[in-house]
Design a protein around this ligand. Structure first.
Ligand SMILES: [Zn+2]
Length: 291
């Protein structure tokens, strides 16, 4: 195993308007990995580092043009030997100071691996039971965000997409090829950027949802894609959507379930099933921005 210092063009200090100096010319990001049994993967920071001796999450300066997620995954791999493909990001918390920001990405481990200190910034990398996290001396920025993060640590966002309603929200000729239009929507959803939390009235700053598309009628036959499950309605599409929502609410009561539809009658049934809803424009804006 080689121990090396990693460098990016983001290395450097920012004199911030808050009166403090922060590390990372383009801001900084870290990964908080959560495992239902093991707890939270924390880094004991080397004494020579900024706020040395405290505990935080593996993280560091973002490179120019690098997203918070990409930086968090890269830093976790460099500092803690966390394989990026073993991380499912769920939500992120941005502490935004204007000239500088810190993005904490909260994700689940999708498989077991050996996390260990893999660069000199870590004295130790270890799983800490979630209720014991606040008993350790924490990195100040991490400590400030901890109560909110703790509350959402095990929660995911599930988006249930009323495919007919979202496809029908834009008159682009979808009626000539309903399955083709639904397939294009699926392709966009597979690449969906993180959803701003305030658009869904959720805590945190952004969410990477699990997506369930419900298709009906001539739009059926769309294959699933990475990150997008497809449920085909046997009969009425609304009935199928309500069944899917009720099933997720019952089996995963801790998670946020939001249905994407502008259909008022369906929205009322979704509320009765214990879930939220949002109009197609939220998805449309994200899909358009990603193109
Ligand atoms: Zn600041």
């Amino acid at each position: 195993m080689s121990i090396v210092h990693h460098h990016t063009d983001g290395d450097g200090w920012v004199e911030c308007t808050c009166g403090l100096r922060h590390w990372g010319r383009y801001g900084a990001a870290g990964l908080m990995l959560v495992d239902a049994e093991l707890g939270v993967l924390l880094q004991h920071r080397a004494h020579w580092s900024h706020h040395g001796g405290t505990w935080g999450v593996p993280g560091g300066a973002r490179a120019s043009g690098e997203s918070g997620l990409s930086a968090a995954l890269r830093e976790a791999e460099e500092e803690a030997a966390v394989p990026a493909e073993a991380v499912r990001p769920r939500h992120a918390w941005v502490e935004d100071h204007g000239p500088w920001s810190y993005t904490t990405v909260v994700g689940s481990a999708t498989r077991r691996f050996e996390a260990r200190p893999s660069d000199p910034e870590s004295l130790d990398i270890t799983w800490v039971p979630i209720d014991e996290v606040p008993k350790r001396p924490l990195l100040p920025a991490f400590e400030r965000m901890w109560p909110g993060i703790r509350d959402q640590a095990h929660r995911s966002l599930v988006l249930v997409v009323d495919t007919a309603n979202v496809v029908g929200s834009r008159p682009d000729g979808w009626w000539r090829d309903r399955r083709g239009a639904a397939t294009r929507l699926r392709d966009g959803l597979a690449e969906l950027p993180p959803v701003p939390a305030d658009r869904l009235d959720l805590p945190a700053t952004m969410w990477w949802p699990e997506i369930i598309m419900v298709t009906e009628g001539a739009a059926r036959g769309v294959p699933e894609a990475d990150g997008v499950a497809v449920v085909e309605a046997d009969g009425d599409g609304d009935d199928a959507i309500v069944r899917v929502v009720a099933d997720v609410v019952a089996t995963r009561p801790q998670d946020h379930v939001v249905t994407v539809t502008a259909d008022r009658a369906l929205q009322a049934r979704i509320e009765d099933a214990g879930a939220g809803h949002v109009g197609p424009s939220v998805l449309r804006e994200l899909l358009d921005a990603a193109e």
